[in-house]
Design a protein around this ligand. Structure first.
Ligand code: PLP
Length: 407
Protein backbone atom coordinates (compact mmCIF):
# COMPACT_ATOMS: atom_id res chain seq x y z
CA UNK A 1 0.00 0.00 0.00
CA UNK A 2 1.31 3.45 -0.89
CA UNK A 3 2.15 5.74 1.98
CA UNK A 4 -0.02 8.38 0.31
CA UNK A 5 -3.00 6.16 -0.50
CA UNK A 6 -5.42 7.96 1.82
CA UNK A 7 -4.57 11.47 0.64
CA UNK A 8 -7.49 13.22 -1.07
CA UNK A 9 -6.90 15.80 -3.82
CA UNK A 10 -6.79 19.36 -2.49
CA UNK A 11 -9.01 21.93 -4.21
CA UNK A 12 -7.19 23.80 -7.00
CA UNK A 13 -6.40 27.47 -6.38
CA UNK A 14 -9.30 29.30 -8.03
CA UNK A 15 -7.05 31.70 -9.97
CA UNK A 16 -4.19 29.39 -10.91
CA UNK A 17 -6.72 26.59 -11.64
CA UNK A 18 -8.43 28.84 -14.16
CA UNK A 19 -5.29 28.82 -16.34
CA UNK A 20 -5.58 25.07 -16.80
CA UNK A 21 -9.28 25.16 -17.66
CA UNK A 22 -8.47 27.90 -20.19
CA UNK A 23 -5.58 25.93 -21.70
CA UNK A 24 -7.90 22.93 -22.19
CA UNK A 25 -10.56 25.01 -24.01
CA UNK A 26 -10.38 24.38 -27.80
CA UNK A 27 -12.01 27.74 -28.70
CA UNK A 28 -9.99 29.86 -31.14
CA UNK A 29 -11.41 33.14 -29.83
CA UNK A 30 -10.92 32.38 -26.12
CA UNK A 31 -9.71 35.15 -23.82
CA UNK A 32 -8.08 34.75 -20.41
CA UNK A 33 -8.78 37.56 -17.95
CA UNK A 34 -7.87 35.63 -14.83
CA UNK A 35 -4.37 35.82 -13.45
CA UNK A 36 -2.94 39.20 -12.48
CA UNK A 37 0.03 39.52 -14.78
CA UNK A 38 0.55 42.37 -17.22
CA UNK A 39 0.27 41.65 -20.94
CA UNK A 40 1.28 43.97 -23.78
CA UNK A 41 -1.12 45.01 -26.54
CA UNK A 42 -0.31 41.79 -28.39
CA UNK A 43 -1.35 39.78 -25.33
CA UNK A 44 2.24 38.75 -24.56
CA UNK A 45 4.20 38.81 -21.28
CA UNK A 46 6.22 42.02 -21.06
CA UNK A 47 9.74 42.65 -19.85
CA UNK A 48 10.33 46.37 -19.27
CA UNK A 49 13.36 47.62 -21.25
CA UNK A 50 14.73 49.23 -18.06
CA UNK A 51 14.60 45.83 -16.37
CA UNK A 52 16.36 44.16 -19.34
CA UNK A 53 19.08 46.80 -19.13
CA UNK A 54 19.43 46.40 -15.37
CA UNK A 55 19.62 42.63 -15.75
CA UNK A 56 22.34 42.83 -18.37
CA UNK A 57 24.34 45.16 -16.11
CA UNK A 58 23.95 42.66 -13.28
CA UNK A 59 25.08 39.73 -15.44
CA UNK A 60 27.97 41.69 -16.99
CA UNK A 61 29.18 42.44 -13.48
CA UNK A 62 29.90 38.69 -13.10
CA UNK A 63 28.48 38.52 -9.58
CA UNK A 64 29.01 35.45 -7.45
CA UNK A 65 26.21 33.23 -6.18
CA UNK A 66 26.94 33.23 -2.48
CA UNK A 67 24.11 33.13 0.02
CA UNK A 68 22.40 36.38 0.88
CA UNK A 69 22.08 37.29 4.55
CA UNK A 70 18.95 35.95 6.28
CA UNK A 71 17.28 39.32 5.82
CA UNK A 72 18.66 39.69 2.30
CA UNK A 73 20.65 42.36 0.52
CA UNK A 74 21.05 45.39 2.81
CA UNK A 75 21.33 47.91 -0.04
CA UNK A 76 18.22 46.50 -1.72
CA UNK A 77 16.33 46.78 1.56
CA UNK A 78 17.46 50.37 2.07
CA UNK A 79 16.38 51.39 -1.45
CA UNK A 80 13.06 49.57 -1.03
CA UNK A 81 12.28 51.42 2.19
CA UNK A 82 13.08 54.77 0.58
CA UNK A 83 10.90 53.81 -2.38
CA UNK A 84 7.91 53.11 -0.15
CA UNK A 85 8.25 55.53 2.76
CA UNK A 86 10.05 58.33 0.89
CA UNK A 87 13.70 59.17 1.64
CA UNK A 88 12.70 61.94 4.07
CA UNK A 89 10.48 59.71 6.20
CA UNK A 90 11.21 60.36 9.89
CA UNK A 91 11.36 56.70 11.02
CA UNK A 92 13.81 55.96 8.19
CA UNK A 93 16.01 58.94 8.99
CA UNK A 94 15.97 57.93 12.63
CA UNK A 95 16.97 54.34 11.80
CA UNK A 96 13.93 52.76 13.45
CA UNK A 97 12.44 50.68 10.62
CA UNK A 98 13.03 46.93 10.97
CA UNK A 99 13.11 45.26 7.56
CA UNK A 100 14.02 42.24 5.49
CA UNK A 101 14.19 41.22 1.85
CA UNK A 102 11.56 38.52 1.33
CA UNK A 103 10.02 36.26 -1.31
CA UNK A 104 7.84 38.83 -3.09
CA UNK A 105 4.52 39.92 -1.60
CA UNK A 106 3.28 36.49 -0.56
CA UNK A 107 6.52 35.60 1.21
CA UNK A 108 6.49 38.88 3.11
CA UNK A 109 2.88 38.35 4.14
CA UNK A 110 3.71 34.87 5.41
CA UNK A 111 6.67 36.05 7.50
CA UNK A 112 4.68 38.99 8.91
CA UNK A 113 1.75 36.70 9.67
CA UNK A 114 4.13 34.47 11.64
CA UNK A 115 5.42 37.49 13.52
CA UNK A 116 1.84 38.45 14.39
CA UNK A 117 1.19 34.89 15.52
CA UNK A 118 4.27 34.92 17.78
CA UNK A 119 3.85 38.40 19.17
CA UNK A 120 1.62 37.49 22.15
CA UNK A 121 4.11 34.79 23.24
CA UNK A 122 7.07 37.12 22.75
CA UNK A 123 5.51 39.88 24.79
CA UNK A 124 3.90 37.69 27.45
CA UNK A 125 0.37 38.65 26.48
CA UNK A 126 -2.62 36.31 26.53
CA UNK A 127 -4.07 37.97 23.42
CA UNK A 128 -5.13 35.67 20.58
CA UNK A 129 -3.52 36.57 17.24
CA UNK A 130 -6.29 37.97 15.01
CA UNK A 131 -6.16 39.73 11.64
CA UNK A 132 -9.08 41.61 10.07
CA UNK A 133 -9.12 41.78 6.28
CA UNK A 134 -11.46 43.46 3.79
CA UNK A 135 -14.48 41.68 2.37
CA UNK A 136 -13.58 40.82 -0.33
CA UNK A 137 -9.80 40.58 -0.47
CA UNK A 138 -7.12 38.83 -2.55
CA UNK A 139 -7.99 35.13 -2.43
CA UNK A 140 -4.68 34.09 -0.88
CA UNK A 141 -4.71 36.51 2.08
CA UNK A 142 -6.84 34.45 4.46
CA UNK A 143 -4.96 31.23 3.67
CA UNK A 144 -1.57 32.83 4.31
CA UNK A 145 -2.63 34.11 7.73
CA UNK A 146 -4.49 30.95 8.71
CA UNK A 147 -1.49 28.80 7.78
CA UNK A 148 0.57 30.93 10.16
CA UNK A 149 -1.95 30.30 12.96
CA UNK A 150 -3.64 33.71 12.87
CA UNK A 151 -7.43 33.91 13.19
CA UNK A 152 -8.96 35.74 10.23
CA UNK A 153 -11.93 38.08 10.54
CA UNK A 154 -13.45 40.43 8.00
CA UNK A 155 -14.36 44.08 7.79
CA UNK A 156 -16.87 45.57 5.38
CA UNK A 157 -15.30 47.02 2.25
CA UNK A 158 -17.36 46.75 -0.91
CA UNK A 159 -20.82 48.28 -0.81
CA UNK A 160 -23.21 45.36 -0.69
CA UNK A 161 -25.79 47.28 -2.74
CA UNK A 162 -23.71 48.62 -5.62
CA UNK A 163 -21.12 45.77 -5.46
CA UNK A 164 -18.72 48.08 -7.29
CA UNK A 165 -18.06 50.96 -4.84
CA UNK A 166 -16.62 51.41 -1.34
CA UNK A 167 -18.75 51.14 1.79
CA UNK A 168 -16.55 53.62 3.65
CA UNK A 169 -18.83 54.10 6.65
CA UNK A 170 -19.22 50.34 7.07
CA UNK A 171 -15.47 49.86 6.80
CA UNK A 172 -14.73 52.53 9.40
CA UNK A 173 -17.37 51.23 11.78
CA UNK A 174 -16.00 47.68 11.59
CA UNK A 175 -12.42 48.82 12.09
CA UNK A 176 -13.28 50.98 15.09
CA UNK A 177 -15.14 48.01 16.52
CA UNK A 178 -12.25 45.57 15.95
CA UNK A 179 -10.92 43.70 18.96
CA UNK A 180 -8.11 45.63 20.68
CA UNK A 181 -4.66 44.33 19.89
CA UNK A 182 -5.67 42.87 16.53
CA UNK A 183 -4.01 43.46 13.17
CA UNK A 184 -5.82 45.25 10.34
CA UNK A 185 -4.79 44.37 6.80
CA UNK A 186 -5.11 47.29 4.35
CA UNK A 187 -4.34 47.36 0.63
CA UNK A 188 -1.96 50.30 0.13
CA UNK A 189 -3.35 51.04 -3.35
CA UNK A 190 -5.29 49.34 -6.17
CA UNK A 191 -7.29 47.03 -3.93
CA UNK A 192 -7.40 43.48 -5.29
CA UNK A 193 -9.92 42.22 -6.44
CA UNK A 194 -12.12 45.34 -6.54
CA UNK A 195 -9.89 48.15 -7.87
CA UNK A 196 -11.73 50.37 -5.35
CA UNK A 197 -9.62 52.45 -2.94
CA UNK A 198 -10.57 54.94 -0.23
CA UNK A 199 -10.15 58.55 -1.44
CA UNK A 200 -7.24 60.62 -0.02
CA UNK A 201 -9.72 62.32 2.35
CA UNK A 202 -11.09 58.97 3.51
CA UNK A 203 -7.56 57.66 4.14
CA UNK A 204 -6.80 60.76 6.25
CA UNK A 205 -10.03 60.37 8.18
CA UNK A 206 -9.32 56.68 8.77
CA UNK A 207 -5.78 57.36 9.96
CA UNK A 208 -7.00 59.94 12.48
CA UNK A 209 -9.80 57.67 13.71
CA UNK A 210 -7.52 54.64 14.06
CA UNK A 211 -4.97 56.64 16.06
CA UNK A 212 -7.36 56.35 18.99
CA UNK A 213 -7.35 52.54 18.82
CA UNK A 214 -4.92 49.83 19.84
CA UNK A 215 -4.75 48.17 16.42
CA UNK A 216 -1.70 47.08 14.41
CA UNK A 217 -2.04 48.39 10.85
CA UNK A 218 -0.55 46.26 8.12
CA UNK A 219 -0.25 47.61 4.55
CA UNK A 220 0.02 45.18 1.67
CA UNK A 221 1.61 47.14 -1.18
CA UNK A 222 1.63 45.01 -4.32
CA UNK A 223 1.06 47.74 -6.92
CA UNK A 224 3.21 50.79 -6.11
CA UNK A 225 3.55 52.72 -9.38
CA UNK A 226 1.32 50.31 -11.20
CA UNK A 227 -1.92 51.70 -9.80
CA UNK A 228 -1.78 55.30 -11.00
CA UNK A 229 1.45 55.23 -13.00
CA UNK A 230 3.11 57.34 -10.28
CA UNK A 231 4.96 55.46 -7.54
CA UNK A 232 4.94 58.52 -5.27
CA UNK A 233 1.18 59.00 -5.58
CA UNK A 234 0.55 55.31 -4.92
CA UNK A 235 2.47 55.53 -1.64
CA UNK A 236 0.49 58.50 -0.32
CA UNK A 237 -1.87 56.49 1.89
CA UNK A 238 0.81 54.52 3.72
CA UNK A 239 3.06 57.59 4.03
CA UNK A 240 0.27 59.63 5.60
CA UNK A 241 -0.34 56.90 8.20
CA UNK A 242 3.37 56.90 9.05
CA UNK A 243 3.36 60.70 9.30
CA UNK A 244 0.44 60.43 11.70
CA UNK A 245 2.60 58.22 13.92
CA UNK A 246 1.17 54.78 13.15
CA UNK A 247 3.78 52.03 13.61
CA UNK A 248 2.74 50.18 10.48
CA UNK A 249 3.80 46.85 9.08
CA UNK A 250 4.41 46.88 5.33
CA UNK A 251 4.87 44.27 2.60
CA UNK A 252 6.19 45.39 -0.79
CA UNK A 253 6.16 43.33 -3.97
CA UNK A 254 8.12 44.03 -7.15
CA UNK A 255 6.10 41.51 -9.16
CA UNK A 256 3.76 43.85 -11.01
CA UNK A 257 5.47 47.25 -10.99
CA UNK A 258 8.86 45.89 -12.10
CA UNK A 259 7.41 42.89 -13.95
CA UNK A 260 9.60 40.56 -11.84
CA UNK A 261 6.82 38.07 -11.04
CA UNK A 262 8.81 34.83 -11.02
CA UNK A 263 11.94 36.30 -9.46
CA UNK A 264 10.17 36.66 -6.10
CA UNK A 265 11.46 40.06 -5.05
CA UNK A 266 9.98 41.90 -2.11
CA UNK A 267 10.57 43.55 1.22
CA UNK A 268 8.81 43.68 4.55
CA UNK A 269 9.20 46.34 7.18
CA UNK A 270 7.91 47.44 10.56
CA UNK A 271 8.10 50.97 11.92
CA UNK A 272 9.49 50.81 15.46
CA UNK A 273 9.68 53.41 18.22
CA UNK A 274 13.46 53.17 18.71
CA UNK A 275 16.63 51.72 17.22
CA UNK A 276 16.72 49.18 20.08
CA UNK A 277 13.24 47.99 19.22
CA UNK A 278 14.22 47.75 15.56
CA UNK A 279 17.22 45.56 16.42
CA UNK A 280 15.07 43.25 18.57
CA UNK A 281 12.39 42.96 15.90
CA UNK A 282 14.94 42.20 13.18
CA UNK A 283 16.40 39.45 15.34
CA UNK A 284 12.89 37.97 15.63
CA UNK A 285 12.42 38.21 11.85
CA UNK A 286 15.67 36.29 11.42
CA UNK A 287 14.43 33.68 13.89
CA UNK A 288 11.32 33.18 11.72
CA UNK A 289 13.06 33.23 8.32
CA UNK A 290 16.09 31.04 9.05
CA UNK A 291 14.16 27.79 9.67
CA UNK A 292 11.56 28.68 6.99
CA UNK A 293 13.74 29.22 3.88
CA UNK A 294 17.05 30.42 5.32
CA UNK A 295 17.64 33.38 2.99
CA UNK A 296 16.02 35.02 -0.05
CA UNK A 297 17.00 34.66 -3.74
CA UNK A 298 19.54 37.19 -5.00
CA UNK A 299 19.01 37.80 -8.73
CA UNK A 300 15.81 39.83 -8.73
CA UNK A 301 16.97 41.96 -5.82
CA UNK A 302 20.13 42.83 -7.75
CA UNK A 303 17.99 43.99 -10.68
CA UNK A 304 15.79 46.19 -8.48
CA UNK A 305 18.87 47.61 -6.79
CA UNK A 306 20.34 48.51 -10.17
CA UNK A 307 17.15 50.36 -11.18
CA UNK A 308 16.38 52.17 -7.93
CA UNK A 309 20.03 53.06 -7.33
CA UNK A 310 20.68 54.64 -10.75
CA UNK A 311 18.92 57.94 -11.47
CA UNK A 312 18.83 57.45 -15.27
CA UNK A 313 17.58 53.89 -15.18
CA UNK A 314 15.09 54.77 -12.48
CA UNK A 315 13.68 57.59 -14.63
CA UNK A 316 13.39 55.15 -17.53
CA UNK A 317 11.57 52.63 -15.32
CA UNK A 318 9.21 55.37 -14.09
CA UNK A 319 8.20 56.11 -17.69
CA UNK A 320 7.76 52.45 -18.58
CA UNK A 321 5.72 51.72 -15.48
CA UNK A 322 3.50 54.67 -16.39
CA UNK A 323 3.06 53.23 -19.89
CA UNK A 324 1.76 50.00 -18.39
CA UNK A 325 -0.67 51.89 -16.15
CA UNK A 326 -1.76 54.04 -19.09
CA UNK A 327 -2.41 51.04 -21.32
CA UNK A 328 -4.59 49.54 -18.61
CA UNK A 329 -6.50 52.79 -18.20
CA UNK A 330 -7.00 52.95 -21.95
CA UNK A 331 -8.36 49.40 -21.96
CA UNK A 332 -10.81 50.37 -19.23
CA UNK A 333 -12.10 53.18 -21.45
CA UNK A 334 -12.28 50.95 -24.53
CA UNK A 335 -14.13 48.27 -22.59
CA UNK A 336 -16.66 50.79 -21.36
CA UNK A 337 -17.09 52.23 -24.88
CA UNK A 338 -17.34 48.70 -26.26
CA UNK A 339 -20.15 47.87 -23.86
CA UNK A 340 -22.09 50.92 -25.03
CA UNK A 341 -21.42 50.02 -28.66
CA UNK A 342 -22.58 46.46 -28.02
CA UNK A 343 -25.88 48.00 -26.93
CA UNK A 344 -25.56 47.92 -23.14
CA UNK A 345 -27.52 50.65 -21.38
CA UNK A 346 -26.20 49.70 -17.94
CA UNK A 347 -23.98 52.04 -15.91
CA UNK A 348 -20.42 50.76 -16.35
CA UNK A 349 -18.71 53.87 -14.91
CA UNK A 350 -17.09 51.71 -12.20
CA UNK A 351 -14.92 50.13 -14.89
CA UNK A 352 -13.16 53.44 -15.48
CA UNK A 353 -13.42 54.65 -11.85
CA UNK A 354 -11.63 51.60 -10.43
CA UNK A 355 -7.84 51.48 -10.64
CA UNK A 356 -5.04 48.96 -10.89
CA UNK A 357 -4.87 45.69 -12.71
CA UNK A 358 -8.40 44.50 -12.05
CA UNK A 359 -11.96 45.57 -12.72
CA UNK A 360 -14.71 44.26 -10.52
CA UNK A 361 -17.44 44.05 -13.10
CA UNK A 362 -20.35 43.20 -10.83
CA UNK A 363 -21.09 40.06 -12.88
CA UNK A 364 -22.58 37.25 -10.80
CA UNK A 365 -21.10 33.77 -10.55
CA UNK A 366 -23.80 32.51 -12.94
CA UNK A 367 -23.04 35.24 -15.48
CA UNK A 368 -19.31 34.50 -15.29
CA UNK A 369 -20.00 30.81 -15.90
CA UNK A 370 -22.33 31.61 -18.80
CA UNK A 371 -19.73 33.91 -20.37
CA UNK A 372 -17.19 31.10 -20.11
CA UNK A 373 -19.56 28.58 -21.71
CA UNK A 374 -20.90 30.85 -24.46
CA UNK A 375 -17.92 33.04 -25.39
CA UNK A 376 -14.86 31.35 -23.85
CA UNK A 377 -14.05 34.54 -21.93
CA UNK A 378 -12.49 33.45 -18.64
CA UNK A 379 -12.46 35.45 -15.42
CA UNK A 380 -12.74 34.51 -11.74
CA UNK A 381 -16.17 33.61 -10.37
CA UNK A 382 -16.35 36.85 -8.35
CA UNK A 383 -16.62 38.78 -11.63
CA UNK A 384 -13.08 40.15 -11.44
CA UNK A 385 -11.38 40.66 -14.78
CA UNK A 386 -7.69 41.32 -15.26
CA UNK A 387 -7.77 44.45 -17.43
CA UNK A 388 -4.15 43.72 -18.37
CA UNK A 389 -5.47 40.76 -20.40
CA UNK A 390 -7.42 43.11 -22.71
CA UNK A 391 -5.96 44.52 -25.90
CA UNK A 392 -7.14 46.25 -29.06
CA UNK A 393 -7.83 42.93 -30.75
CA UNK A 394 -10.02 41.37 -28.06
CA UNK A 395 -11.66 44.24 -26.18
CA UNK A 396 -14.72 44.53 -28.44
CA UNK A 397 -15.23 40.76 -28.30
CA UNK A 398 -15.02 40.81 -24.49
CA UNK A 399 -17.41 43.78 -24.29
CA UNK A 400 -19.94 41.90 -26.44
CA UNK A 401 -19.51 38.79 -24.27
CA UNK A 402 -20.12 40.77 -21.08
CA UNK A 403 -23.14 42.47 -22.61
CA UNK A 404 -24.55 39.12 -23.77
CA UNK A 405 -24.67 37.79 -20.19
CA UNK A 406 -25.64 41.01 -18.42
CA UNK A 407 -28.45 42.45 -20.56
N1 PLP B 1 -0.98 41.13 -2.32
C1 PLP B 1 -1.90 41.45 -3.24
C2 PLP B 1 -3.00 42.37 -2.87
C3 PLP B 1 -1.82 40.90 -4.51
O1 PLP B 1 -2.73 41.24 -5.41
C4 PLP B 1 -0.77 40.02 -4.83
C5 PLP B 1 -0.70 39.39 -6.14
O2 PLP B 1 -1.62 39.26 -6.88
C6 PLP B 1 0.17 39.74 -3.83
C7 PLP B 1 0.03 40.31 -2.59
C8 PLP B 1 1.33 38.81 -3.99
O3 PLP B 1 2.00 38.79 -5.14
P1 PLP B 1 3.49 38.25 -5.20
O4 PLP B 1 3.66 37.21 -4.15
O5 PLP B 1 3.60 37.71 -6.57
O6 PLP B 1 4.34 39.44 -4.97
Amino acid sequence: LSAWAGVPAAPADPIVGLNQTFADDPSTTKVLLGVGAYRDDAGKPYVLPSIREAESRVVNGNPNHEYAAITGDAEFVKLSLEFAYGPDSAPLQEGRVAAAQVLSGTGGLRVCAQLIERLPRLTGSSQKPVCYMPEPTWGNHAKVFQDAGVEVRRYRYLDSNTKTTLDYEGMKEDLLGAEAGSTILLHACAHNPTGVDPSPDQWRDLSAALKKTDLQLFFDCAYQGFASGDAEADAVALRSFVEDGHQILLCQSYAKNFGLYGERVGALSAVCSSTEEKAALESQLKAIIRPMYSSPPIHGARIVKEVLGDATLRAQWTGECKEMANRIQEMRSLLREGLAEAGSTKDWSHITDQIGMFAYTGLSKEQVQKMRDESAVYCTLDGRISVAGLNRDNVAYVAAAIHAVSK
